[in-house]
Design a protein around this ligand. Sequence first.
Ligand code: HEC
Length: 478
Amino acid sequence: MHAAFFALFITISTAQPAPSYAREVLPILQQKCLACHSRAAKMGDLVMDSYGSLMKGGAHGPAIVPGKGSESRIVLMLEGKLQPRMPFNSTPLSDTEIEMIRRWIDAGAKGPASGEELPPAPNMTIPDIRPQVPVVSPVGSIKFSPDDKLLAVGRHQEVQLTDAGTRKVVATLPGHGDLVRSLAFSPDGKWLAAAGGRPLVAGEVKLWDVQTHQLLRTLRGHTDCIYSIAFSPDGKLLATGSYDKLAKLWDVQSGKESKNLKDHIDAVFAVAFSLDGKWLATGSQDRTVKIWDVSSGERLYTLSEPEEGIVAIAFSPDGKQIAAGGYDKLIHVWNLDPKGVTLAASLIADEDSILQLVWSPDGKEIVTSSADGSIRVRDAATLNAISVLSDQSDWVAALSISADGKRLAAGRYDGTVSVYDMADYRQLLARSALGAPYQRPGLAGLRFVKSCGPEKTGPCYVGLSRAKAVPLPGEVRP
Ligand code: HEC
C-alpha cells in the first residue's frame, strides 16, 4: 500500500509538464534580465532577446546545457553557486522561478513551437542608476556665443546660458537626457545646438532659440550618445559624431537627417567643418581622422597616423590645417591641400591623454587640456607650450576661446568654470560652480565597468558593460 502510494507520487511529480519557454521562462527573462542582457546592453556578451541568442550563450560559452539544468551556468549563477550572482546586484529570483528555469532546461530547453505567440518585448529601459553622493554637475561642454556676450555651459541634463562678463546665469535650458557633451552656436548666434543623449539608448540634439530660450526642435537618429556637434559655416547643416560609430549631417531648417557618414569602426568623438564648409573632419576612437565631402557624403581621406583614439579636432582659422589630439597624448597637424593631405607636425604634447583642443581665432595658438590635470597654451607653429595652467582642480573636459580671441573658458569635471585672459593667462573672476546639485551616478544596482589603457596611461573607460564602454573623462581616474 505504502509502496503504491509512493509510486503514484513519483509518477505525478515526473509527469508535471515541462515549463514552456514562451509562457513561463521568457516572461521571467524579460522582466528580470533583459535590462542588462538585451542586444543593446549585452552584459557578459549574453543576449536574451531571442531563444536563438540565449542558447548561443555568452562570454563563457553556452549558458544552458539542455537536459542538465543543475549544471547550466545560468542556473548556477541564479543560485549564486557561480559568481557574480544573477540578476546582477539585484534581488535574487525566487526559488520557484529558479526551479522553473531548471526544469525547463532538464526537459531539453525547448524553444517556442513554430508559430507560437511570444509575449511582446518590454520597453527597454537601462536600470535606474541610484545616486549616492550629491555633487555639482560636471561641465561636459562650454561655448562662447559668436558675439562673445554669452557663455553656454553644458551640464548634466541642462545647459546654462550665462553672461560671459559677469557669469550670472541668464537662462537654464532643461530637459536633456544626460550630460550635455557638446555645444554649438549657429554662425548668426540665433540658435544653440546642445548634444548628448543617454549612453546605449539614444543620441539627442536640442536646438534652442538663444533669444527666447524656447526649444525649437529635438533631432534624433543616433543610437548612442553624441560627443560632438558643429554648425556648417553657412548655418544650414549640423554635423554630429556619436558613440554609435556614425557621423551624421542634418538639415537645420527641417531637422531631418541628410547624410549618414558610415566608415569609422569605433566611436566618433569629434566633428568639425572646414572654413568653406566643403569638408567635414571626424575624429574617432578607431585612431583615425577622416575627411568627408559634405555635398556628396563621400569619404575623401583617412588620416591614420595617430596611435590611439582621437577625441578632439580643430581646423586652423585660415582653413589650411587641421589639428587632432587624443589618447596617445600626441598632437597631429596636417596640411590641407585640394590635392591631398600631408602630415605637417606631430608632438608628444602632454603627459596624459588629451581631452580637448581648440585653435585661437588669430591662428597663432592651440590650446589643449589633458588628463594630466593641466591646460597648455601652445605656439601653433611649433606646438611647444607657451604657458601651462597647471592648477586645475579637475580634468578640463571643455574649452572655448571667445571670438575676439581675448578669453579662454574652461569647464571641469568637478563642475567648476574658469575664464582666463588670453593675454596673461590670469583668471578673470573667481572659479565658479554654478551648477544645480547633481547626483553623480553611484555604483549600486548596476556595475560600471572600468578599464584603462596600456600601462594605465591610456584612456579610461567607464560604462555599463564590458562589451560597450562609455568614456567619461573624469568619472574614473587611472
Ligand atoms: C544589472 C545588470 C544585470 C542583470 C539585471 C542581469 N545580469 Fe546577467 N550579467 C551581468 C553582467 C555584468 C555579467 C558579466 C559578469 C562577469 O563576467 O563578471 C552577466 C553575466 C551573466 C551570465 C554569464 C554569461 C557568460 O557567458 O559569461 C549569465 C548566464 C547571466 N548573466 C544570466 C542572467 C540572468 C538569467 C539574469 C536574469 C535573471 C541576469 N543575468 C540579469 C549583468 C546583469
